[in-house]
Design a protein around this ligand. Structure first.
Ligand code: HEC
Ligand code: HEC
Length: 198
């Protein structure tokens, strides 16, 4: 009984004990909030989606790069040189989405996460539409069938971690696990295949 209760409570207190990199939320709360909460020195505020989406129009990669190198009154790494690039990209993803998505340490199911369709359009189709570097083509059952022999779950795993010339998370470190799962399921559904993930 006690054990069951403990198990039921477990998902609520997620502590990414295995990851040495901090989550986007932790980094933002401890470092970036100092300026980005109040808008100090003209910093875009964390919950100001309009300000962020305007900046994000230059691409999340560019935004992350600017946060890493510093831009105008924004100090490099938010002034904390010890923050890794992964932590910075998580923090940027967290702020851009006003805390709703793109945190690689957390699986978000918020409706504000990008849909599989959106992620594929924004990122994955760049290679998967044409089959660049041998990427299995969108909608091509023959390309996908052999990869699907163990179901969709292993594909989600290899898309997150990278697989031969497939870059981890399609090269966008701040895509969340939930967004990656949605993107892979979307791609698989395009083949007419059955999506059987848990
Ligand atoms: C000392 C204050 C300060 C801290 C701490 C800080 N920022 Fe900023 N940040 C700013 C200011 C000011 C700007 C606006 C710069 C501009 O566009 O003129 C900014 C802008 C940005 C931008 C937009 C860059 C662009 O290209 O438009 C990103 C992304 C960003 N910060 C990320 C972060 C992250 C991630 C952290 C925490 C690791 C952080 N910041 C910590 C002050 C700060
Ligand atoms: C820079 C090009 C590129 C981008 C961008 C890209 N992929 Fe891929 N992807 C590949 C290549 C190349 C392969 C084939 C790798 C191999 O040999 O298995 C692949 C394979 C895959 C596979 C099959 C993995 C397996 O185990 O068989 C999945 C699933 C996948 N990609 C999902 C995605 C998703 C989701 C995105 C977007 C977030 C994405 N890819 C973005 C190039 C890309």
């Amino acid at each position: 009984m006690g054990l069951l209760a403990a198990l039921a409570v477990l998902p609520l207190c997620i502590t990414p004990a295995l990851a040495s990199d901090r989550s986007g939320k932790e980094v933002v709360d401890t470092v970036c909030a100092a300026c980005h909460l109040s808008g100090k020195d003209g910093a875009p505020k964390i919950d100001d989606r309009a300000a962020w989406s305007q900046r994000a129009s230059k691409g999340l990669d560019k935004l992350t790069q600017n946060a890493i190198t510093g831009v105008r009154n924004m100090p490099a790494h938010g002034g904390q040189a010890a923050l890794s690039d992964v932590e910075m990209s998580r923090a940027v993803g967290y702020m851009v989405s006003a805390g709703h998505s793109a945190d690689t340490n957390k699986v978000y199911s918020s409706s504000k996460s990008r849909s599989g369709d959106q992620v594929v359009q924004e990122r994955c189709q760049e290679c998967h539409a044409t089959g660049k570097n041998g990427a299995p083509k969108l909608g091509d059952m023959n390309d996908w069938k052999p990869r699907l022999k163990n179901g969709v779950d292993p594909l989600i795993k290899s898309a997150i971690n990278g697989h031969n010339s497939m870059p981890a998370r399609g090269g966008l470190a701040n895509l969340s696990d939930a967004e990656m799962k949605a993107a892979v399921e979307f791609m698989v559904s395009k083949t007419g295949g059955h999506v059987g993930t848990k």
